[in-house]
Structure formats: structure tokens, C-alpha cells
Design a protein around this ligand. Structure first.
Ligand SMILES: *Cc1c(COP(=O)(O)O)cnc(C)c1O
Length: 390
């Protein structure tokens, strides 16, 4: 019998759903028109892009013309931050963000600070929450933008986005949220949420890599980051990635169906089984992030007296994919900025493991992980000089 394979690294990327792939395939070769051409080939591609825009908008309760397609989540973050910074530079040059953001956000803000912009980085509490009162205190007369992520990729915490957005709205400050981990996985309705802009990425929700989107509420002025033709309402030049966009649209449609079918609740149930099982079976282990206010597919723990990288490799040998820290920071030995921000010391942070489920994860998969994980930790601890001293 083949040994079981369990992929629990869905925060890094997800498998393209078979139906999504099928929907995309004709747009590579049979329906190859440029959506900007006026002939039948072009009109066919344009209709497909328009349809995808409606599908993505519908998932988040937005209008189709409020969705700008980009080349992924990082690009959407860049467009939101740089686009606002340039558009509003005469109004002010102060930006607020948080210490647990993705590097697509933090490095963009740092880069802007070399161009004469200023920024404030808000702290988080032990669960990773940004406090709306702290945000209010940080707002200055020259603040133009606040960007706080919808949900964190490393610890799964879902931020109080409605409260944070409300504070910004009261003070006339634009509010952007990096929704890459949350889109499709959390119910989001832009008719209710005081959010002005939100970044999305198809590959975190069973769509293809290299395509994403920025939701931009009607009336908000942005400058483009990529200049050229007038595509995407003049905000993102370049011939549209028709197959990718079509795949993103289909992935969005399917996410909406899963939400309507109660699949988020099912996923959260499996997540809790995994979290509880780990905490019960492995001593000296703690959950990172909040117990309930977390992404329905996200489990993350710190296992004391071990190195996350070593554990990742032994889990891999057992056919299980997990991550330690975030995919971008692994490979370096620096502790993750997110784990340090929630108050963990560096040795504890080095024992971080993230296990992120997919829509296709089964209860048997979870049972297999709960059977394999504890002896792996035990093996590693027996080799650790810190553990032997206990
Ligand atoms: C994955 C991720 C990104 C980057 O998205 P790409 O499509 O890989 O560029 C940005 N923010 C968060 C929170 C992410 O998880």
C-alpha cells in the first residue's frame, strides 16, 4: 500500500481545483483572443474576464467594477499602498500598519519611507490582535492610509477588521486590508464592512498562482504602479492573464458555494480536532494565535525543545507537509517577526509548526497526523540538549 500523503501547507499555496483547471484550459489555446481586441476572438476573451470579475465581486459582496485583477497578492498590496501614497501625497504622508503584516506590506511601507513617507507600526497582543483604540491614538492629521491584514498567515488570527475600519472611517483615513488568507475562507461582505481596499490571491483559494485582485471601493482614487495600456480601469497595464483570471473567477464561485454549504464549519471542526489532539498528545506545546477568532483551516503551535525545521523534515519523510514560520522566512534561521511580536522568545518561536488544512482534508488525514506527529517530536526532543536537562 502507498503510504499516506497529507498536504497541510495550504497557507503557502493550495492545489488548483480540477474544475478550476478545466475552466481555464480553453483560454490557453482555443480561446486565445486578446480581451482588448474588438473582433470575435477578443470579445470572447473579454466576456470571460468580465464574467470572472463578477464571480470574484460576488464572493465578497462587491460590484464587478470594484475588482482590479493583478498578478497576485503581493502586487495587490503594492498597488493599494503605493497607489494610495502617490494619489494622496498632497493630503499627507503618514501610513499606519501592524507588526504582523506580510512582507509585501512591510517592505513596501519601508521602501516608501525612503521616499519621504512616514509610518507607524502598531503592536499586537499575545493573540496577534491589533487594538482599535491603539489605532485611533496613532492617527494624525496627515495620516492617509491604514493597512491591517484580515487574517494572519502564520498564526491564523482573524483581526477585528470591522472595528478597525470603523475607526478609520470616523477619521477620514482610507482602510486597506490584506485579505489574501481570508478571501474565500471567511464570510466577507463589502456592503457591510467599512473596508476601502482588500488584496486577494487566487492560489490561496484553489485557483492558479500569479493572479490576484484588489478590491477598491467606488470613488477611491489610486495611482497605477504598472503603467502602459488602459487595462483594469487604467490601474494595471498589460494584456490580461485571461486563463488565470478565468481560474480565479471559477475558484471564487466555488468558494461561495462551499460557504453556502456549511463547509467552513466542517473545516473548523477538523481544525479543532487537530489542535486539541496535538495539545493533548504532545506536552510543552502551545497554540499560537487565538483559539476561536482564527481561520477555519489554520492550526499553529509552538513545540518546546525542538527546531521547527528538523520537525518539518521528519514530517516530510512521513508524507506530511507542514511549515515552520512562513514559507518566505524558512530557509533563514531568523525567528519569525510575527511569533516574536506575540511575545514568544526566540527558542520557543523556533519550534513553530503550522498545519493548514484544505477543503479536501479528511478526518483520516487528521488521524494520521495525530499518530505520526507525537513520536517525531519525541525523537527530536531526545536529541535536544535542552530537553535532556529537564
Ligand atoms: C501569500 C500571501 C501574500 C502574497 O501573495 P502572492 O500571491 O504570493 O503574491 C500576501 N499576503 C498574505 C497574507 C499572504 O498569505
Amino acid at each position: 500500500m502507498e503510504p499516506r500523503k497529507v498536504y497541510l501547507d495550504n497557507s503557502a499555496t493550495t492545489q488548483v481545483d480540477k474544475k478550476v483547471l478545466e475552466t481555464m484550459l480553453p483560454y490557453f489555446s482555443e480561446r486565445y483572443g486578446n480581451p482588448n481586441s474588438l473582433h470575435a476572438w477578443g470579445r470572447e476573451a473579454r466576456a470571460a474576464v468580465d464574467n470572472a470579475r463578477s464571480q470574484v465581486a460576488s464572493l465578497i459582496g462587491a460590484e464587478p467594477k470594484d475588482v482590479i485583477f493583478t498578478g497576485g497578492g503581493s502586487e495587490a498590496d503594492n498597488l493599494a499602498i503605493k497607489g494610495t501614497a502617490w494619489a494622496l501625497k498632497d493630503k499627507g504622508k503618514h501610513i499606519i500598519t501592524s507588526c504582523i503584516e506580510h512582507h509585501a506590506l512591510l517592505h513596501t511601507v519601508e521602501w516608501l519611507s525612503k521616499m519621504g513617507y512616514e509610518y507607524t507600526i502598531l503592536p499586537v497582543d499575545k493573540y496577534g490582535f491589533v487594538d482599535p483604540a491603539e489605532l485611533e491614538k496613532a492617527i494624525r492629521p496627515d495620516t492617509i492610509l491604514t493597512s491591517i491584514m484580515f487574517a494572519n498567515n502564520e498564526i491564523g488570527t482573524v483581526e477585528p477588521v470591522a472595528e478597525l475600519g470603523e475607526v478609520c472611517r470616523r477619521h477620514g483615513v482610507l482602510f486597506h486590508t490584506d485579505g489574501v488568507q481570508a478571501t474565500g475562507h471567511v464570510k466577507i461582505d463589502m456592503k457591510e464592512l467599512p473596508v476601502d481596499m482588500m488584496s486577494m490571491a487566487a492560489h490561496k483559494m484553489y485557483g492558479p498562482k500569479g493572479v490576484g485582485g484588489l478590491y477598491v471601493r467606488k470613488g477611491i482614487k489610486l495611482n497605477p504602479v504598472i503603467h502602459g495600456g488602459g487595462q483594469e480601469f487604467g490601474l494595471r497595464a498589460g494584456t490580461e492573464n485571461t486563463p488565470g483570471i478565468v481560474g480565479f473567477g471559477k475558484a471564487a464561485e466555488m468558494a461561495a458555494e462551499r460557504q453556502a454549504n456549511g463547509e467552513l464549519e466542517h473545516e473548523a471542526m477538523l481544525r479543532d480536532k487537530l489542535i486539541n489532539g496535538i495539545l493533548e498528545r504532545i506536552p510543552d506545546t502551545r497554540l499560537t494565535g487565538h483559539r476561536a477568532q482564527r481561520l477555519p483551516y489554520h492550526a499553529s503551535v509552538c513545540v518546546k525543545y525542538i527546531e521547527g525545521e528538523g520537525m518539518l523534515l521528519l514530517m516530510d519523510a512521513a508524507g506530511i507537509a507542514v511549515s515552520s514560520g512562513s514559507a518566505c522566512t524558512s530557509g533563514s534561521l531568523e525567528a519569525s517577526h510575527v511569533l516574536l511580536s506575540i511575545g514568544l522568545d526566540a527558542p520557543t518561536a523556533h519550534g513553530s509548526v503550522r498545519l493548514t488544512l484544505s477543503k479536501d482534508t479528511t478526518e483520516e488525514d487528521i488521524d494520521y497526523v495525530l499518530e505520526q506527529f507525537p513520536p517525531i517530536v519525541q525523537r527530536l526532543r531526545e536529541m535536544s540538549p535542552f530537553y535532556n536537562k529537564q
